[in-house]
Design a protein around this ligand. Structure first.
Ligand SMILES: O=C(O)CCC(=O)C(=O)O
Length: 337
């Protein structure tokens, strides 16, 4: 079983066969350029109108953006990164105590995506946690490293506040009341993915995570400060998002696409790996409450037209997402009218 995961400390000289992508599905790294105009939005200032306009423009034209002066204290970010690193440094036998391939589990250590179903594996391990309500989930979180629960919980609380503020700006950017979108999403669920991408002997043959859109509403990503890996599809071309100090990358997920009636599209992104350095990223996924009925507000549906998406619950969507393969098809297509 331990042979399935990658964060074992073993360095491979060549890429194991089960990770090699077919020739027509490789990252073509030489063709990817840096994105030099990623919107970088300072949300610490007082001009709400300007901030929501900048966020609205970024959602419309990019589907992702970065925020600075976001209110998540630096020391919480550092402690979060530190315990995440320490977790991956644990002996593989210790991490394997948490291993599961069951996506319904609310805490698990895993690898790739859907190991038993997918044809080619992805060069990543991840620790996946449900985080809200904290008192319900922290009990099952790893107790090794010993300060994991404390630091991750503090970070989750601060990131959640940021997410709620961002949803308010997004709502206002559409001409809606501040809480309109949050009210549709209900008491927001919160999941975390602590992703580890080991050094890879042949990065041009595989992905850390292949092209996908996120199933949730918005993702607040803490990138590795030193190693680039995230790429976003912009105007039909893959561009690399270089880490920016003290910034989070925010990307629009499928549920925001649904509740904006397709006005803000969920963004295609992927992760590539590196032959010299491992990479770690920490993704916080804010999602609708499991049983909220998701639909766009009437203000965003033109008179007499049919909403782009059917009504459904997030529980239905999430199950469908994890039953697939990250094979480049958007789960959201199954929910269109
Ligand atoms: O590692 C990253 O930069 C992005 C991770 C990601 O796309 C995900 O966890 O869904």
């Amino acid at each position: 079983m331990a042979g399935k995961v990658l964060s074992t400390g073993i360095r491979y000289a060549t890429l194991p066969e089960s990770y090699i992508r077919p020739v027509n599905d490789r990252p073509n790294l030489s063709q990817v350029s840096d994105c030099n105009d990623v919107p970088l939005i300072d949300i610490g200032g007082g001009d709400r109108g300007l901030i929501s306009k900048q966020i609205g423009d970024a959602c419309r034209h990019y589907g992702f953006f970065q925020v600075i002066n976001h209110g998540v204290p630096d020391d919480l970010v550092e402690k979060m990164q530190q315990v995440a690193r320490e977790f991956y440094e644990l002996p593989v036998e210790e991490k394997m105590k948490l291993y599961s391939e069951d996506p319904a589990k609310t805490m698990r250590f895993a690898t790739s995506f859907n190991v038993d179903k997918e044809q080619v594996h992805n060069w990543t391990d991840y620790l996946r946690l449900h985080c809200h309500p904290l008192e319900q989930y922290t009990l099952e979180w790893p107790s090794n490293p010993s300060n994991f629960k404390e630091h991750v919980a503090d970070y989750c609380i601060a990131v959640r506040e940021l997410g709620i503020r961002l949803l308010e700006f997004i709502s206002e950017s559409l001409g809606l009341e501040k809480e309109r979108i949050s009210n549709i999403l209900g008491d927001l669920g919160q999941h975390m993915g602590i992703n580890y991408y080991p050094v890879c002997p042949q990065p041009e043959l595989t992905y850390g995570i292949p092209c996908h859109t996120d199933p949730n509403a918005i993702t607040i990503l803490l990138q590795d400060t030193l190693v680039t890996g995230l790429q976003v599809l912009k105007d039909g071309k893959w561009v690399a998002i270089k880490p920016c100090p003290n910034a989070f990358v925010i990307n629009i997920g499928d549920q925001l696409d649904v509740v904006t009636n397709g006005e803000y599209k969920s963004v295609w992104h992927r992760v590539v790996v590196n032959s010299e350095k491992p990479r770690m990223s920490i993704a916080s996924f804010l999602c609708p409450c499991n049983d909220s009925i998701l639909s766009a507000p009437k203000e965003l549906i033109k008179d007499g037209s049919t909403p782009v998406f059917k009504n459904f619950t997030y529980a239905e969507y999430y199950k469908k997402f994890w039953s697939g393969n990250l094979d480049g098809k958007r789960c959201i297509e199954f929910f269109k009218n």
